[in-house]
Design a protein around this ligand. Structure first.
Ligand SMILES: Nc1ncnc2c1ncn2[C@@H]1O[C@H](COP(=O)(O)OP(=O)(O)OP(=O)(O)O)[C@@H](O)[C@H]1O
Length: 247
């Protein structure tokens, strides 16, 4: 927190445009995130949500626009471990010979220097992170042998272990049951209460008011960023969810 009690801006995006060849995935998107808040990122399939996360993580190159994290270059924030990212499940190689504990331990790497050797306090944080998502009993299991919901929890645990200030989660709720969704939602609220800025994409519009302080509605462009109740007004949803474009 700053001295005047206000949480600083964690992320400032302006004019962000990403094209894949002839496809414009994001078109001049402006979005700011305050520390200490949960923001829902919503929009129909193909509206640019994953591309937005990838641009923030430097995984796709913007055609135009500016990204700032904590008032500085995103490269610096990412290298220092201030930014945690859980990609969509499809982006992850589940055949990789890693256990749940290995994946969660990766969240500590930015804190371990080049050796990547975890010290005792790091191991405590890894164990606590698995505990918080209810995966302690599966710590030794290969990640490919987890259920869909357990996989989501493993990557949320990695983000927890990282103790990042900006947490980016691409569809952490897809394919998870109600109880797990509630556990993860509560965790995200706790992280925000501790000062993190959390950006979470979701197709669960009903859960938005409980989960989020604000919601950003994407349709290549940012349609609206406001309180969840405002974003969920039928006239706003109609601007972004054109059923005729669904395919
Ligand atoms: N690597 C790529 N090459 C070409 N086009 C791509 C690529 N990745 C995404 N796109 C296109 O960019 C647009 C935005 O895709 P993106 O994956 O960001 O959407 P999304 O909102 O995350 O969708 P979903 O809800 O289905 O996950 C889509 O039209 C998609 O087909």
């Amino acid at each position: 927190m700053t001295t005047n009690g206000q949480y600083p801006r964690a992320l400032a995006v302006s004019g962000l445009t990403v094209r894949y060849g002839a496809t414009t995935a994001l078109d001049r998107v402006d979005l700011d995130l305050a520390a200490g808040s949960v923001t829902g990122l919503i929009g129909m399939n193909g509206s640019g949500k994953s591309t937005f996360f990838k641009a923030l993580m430097g995984l796709v190159r913007p055609t135009a626009g500016r990204i700032e994290m904590f008032g500085g270059a995103p490269e610096r924030a990412r290298a220092s471990g201030q930014v945690a990212y859980a990609p969509q499940s499809e982006e992850i190689d589940w055949t990789f010979p890693l256990s749940v504990a290995d994946v969660v331990a990766m969240g500590r790497y930015p804190h371990c220097g080049r050796s990547r050797r975890l010290r005792a306090p790091d191991r405590v944080i890894v164990a606590e992170s698995m505990e918080r998502v209810g995966l302690t009993g599966l710590a030794g299991r290969q990640i490919g042998a987890l259920s869909g919901g357990q996989r989501k929890r493993a990557f949320v645990a990695r983000a927890l272990a990282q103790e990042a200030d900006l947490i980016l989660l691409d569809e952490p709720f897809s394919g998870v049951d109600r109880a797990t969704q509630q556990v993860l939602s509560n965790l995200l609220r706790e992280l925000a209460a501790a000062g993190a800025a959390v950006l979470v994409s979701t197709h669960d519009l009903d859960g938005l008011p409980e989960l989020c302080d604000s919601a950003a509605l994407l349709q290549r462009r940012l349609v609206v960023h406001a309180a969840p109740e405002e974003v969920l007004r039928p006239e706003n949803l109609a601007r972004a969810f054109h059923t005729s474009e669904l395919s």
